[in-house]
Design a protein around this ligand. Structure first.
Ligand SMILES: Cc1ncc(COP(=O)(O)O)c(C=O)c1O
Length: 511
């Protein structure tokens, strides 16, 4: 405000007779402008210091937690060296380092420092793996203690495994706690998706699976077969037969070409009628698998009506409903699991990513005991477990409860919505949408309506140059996504959203 006032005084002086007695001399006005600018700079430094002190869990790193800071081109020279070595020696599939060309040196809370000394706000946080940010002090301590005590316990009960199971079941809605069981599947989400499919096929004796268009369930065979990604899976397509794809409730890009105001959730009608019609071409499936808020497809919360009606028809027909909560679980959308916001109870929940607290690998399915018909000795994955993940995952649950971080996710989410609201007036922004701390800005050509993937990537790159790490998703990467940790502060959300809005406004072509 001081700067604006001083500038307007300079303008006024220049357009009037500034030598008259009732006007202050222009030199005084210019002097007050420079004072205002200097004091603004100090304010900024002060506010940056405040941001730094908010990162209670990284005292040792506070010297560099003074706000995003990028000097020079990206990648910097050291990052460029490491990226080149990586490209020479590692396999082609490396998405993040291609889109975000930095080599990471260290990280704390929301902050990441690359090997060239650039400091970024990390709103990718390991693709949502680090729900309490990088290096949370209490989690690091718990993990270190567990490592010294016991790192691997095969399938034997251990205090860490026991506490983790208890913690996970305790986070379920009350009505589900006593009837659900946990199966430990392996290190990452795809193992849990695979286990869910095997479980449901075994329990129902039926082979076919219904999945939804646009969905992503992982890169191993069955999860990939259940994913909508035509191009990615084309080299290995049809390896798992019997997958059937139905349209998802993606209202802003409806595959049935309908408008939400007039369609009465026709995608749900399509699911109901197809599953009941003996001539639909889809046999009664062993499972219906869905994400209620598909993340990789660009943060697309399904409508409540769609999810509820899918639950009703699957229950009526005795089809297990699998809800894949890999990206949405552990509080990401403001409730422990996203399905809770839809008032449904699935038969199987798939979860991983943030479950291990500090990124320690663990994937689980939580399922209705009635499905537990697996032969005790003919089920794989006996070695799938990690005591570190159990210990850190349990501690994360306790911290999320103690620090009311689901509330923080909702509050900060509302703040994101407020700060991104001006984007609704940008013709290139088709939609800003999110739940809790999972947000996406969908960009589309205002004339053709086609996904503006090039703009999405350009926004991601420009934001990186301003010190903000973001993710892209959706069709052709036209959705710029943010996944801040659940303990993010208001100040950091404020800085990050302002960077994002500024970059989108600057890069959107004039139309
Ligand atoms: C909904 C969903 N399910 C499963 C997976 C697979 O998880 P992972 O790649 O960790 O095995 C992903 C990965 O992004 C996902 O988004």
């Amino acid at each position: 405000m001081q700067i604006v006032r001083a500038i307007s005084r300079v303008e006024q002086a220049l357009t009037t007779n500034w030598t008259s007695h009732d006007q202050e001399p222009i030199s005084t006005t210019i002097g007050s402008l420079s004072t205002a600018i200097t004091s603004h700079a100090f304010d900024r430094v002060r506010s940056e210091l405040r941001i730094g002190s908010d990162i209670a869990d990284a005292p040792a790193l506070n010297d560099w937690l003074t706000g995003p800071r990028v000097t020079g081109a990206l990648p910097g020279p050291r990052s460029a060296d490491m990226l080149a070595r990586q490209a020479r020696r590692e396999s082609n599939p490396r998405t993040y380092p291609r889109d975000l060309p930095i080599a990471i040196d260290e990280a704390a809370g929301c902050w990441v420092r690359d090997v060239d000394g650039n400091v970024f706000i990390d709103f990718l946080t390991g693709a949502g793996v680090l729900s309490l940010g990088h290096g949370h002090r209490e989690l690091v301590q718990v993990a270190a203690e567990q490592l010294a005590k016991l790192s691997y316990g095969a399938e034997f009960p251990t205090p860490a495994r026991d506490a983790f199971t208890e913690a996970q079941l305790s986070m379920l809605p009350a009505g589900m706690r006593d009837r659900m069981k946990i199966h430990f599947c392996g290190p990452t989400g795809k193992y849990a998706v695979d286990a869910a499919i095997r479980l449901c096929k075994t329990a129902t004796g039926r082979d076919d699976i219904v999945a939804f268009q646009g969905g992503l369930h992982g890169s191993s065979y069955a999860p990939m077969a259940a994913s909508g990604l035509v191009e990615e899976k084309s080299p290995v397509s049809n390896v798992v037969p019997g997958m059937h794809f139905f349209p998802f409730a993606h209202c802003s890009r409806c595959l049935l070409g309908l408008h939400p105001d007039t369609c009465s959730t026709s995608c749900a009608t399509y699911v109901e009628r197809s599953l009941k019609d003996a001539r639909s071409g889809t046999p009664l499936p062993g499972a219906v698998i869905m994400e209620v808020v598909p993340g990789e497809d660009g943060v697309v919360p399904a409508t409540v009506e769609f999810v509820r009606r899918t639950r009703e028809v699957t229950r009526e027909l005795g089809i297990p409903l699998v809800v894949d909560e890999v990206p949405t679980g552990c509080g990401r959308t403001g409730t422990w699991f996203a399905f809770e916001q839809y008032g449904i109870e699935p038969d199987v929940i798939v979860a991983s990513l943030a479950m291990g607290g500090i990124g320690a690998p663990v994937a689980i399915i939580i399922y209705d005991s009635s499905l537990d018909v697996w032969h005790p000795e003919r089920t794989p994955e006996p070695s799938a477990e990690d005591q570190l993940a159990f210990a850190a995952g349990t501690a994360a649950v306790n911290i999320i409860r103690r620090d009311h971080l689901l509330d923080n996710a909702c509050l900060r989410g509302a703040q994101v919505a407020r700060l991104l609201a001006p984007l609704e007036f940008n013709p290139w922004v088709r939609e800003v949408r999110g739940r809790g701390l999972m947000w996406g800005v969908e960009l589309a050509d205002p004339v053709t309506g086609l996904p503006a993937g090039g703009l999405g990537r350009a926004v991601q790159a420009a934001a990186l140059h301003r010190g903000l790490i973001l993710e892209c998703g959706g069709r052709e990467d036209c959705v710029v996504r943010m996944l801040p940790p659940l303990n993010v502060t208001a100040q950091i959300v404020d800085i990050a959203c302002r960077i994002l809005v500024a970059v989108i406004e600057e890069l959107s072509p004039l139309s």
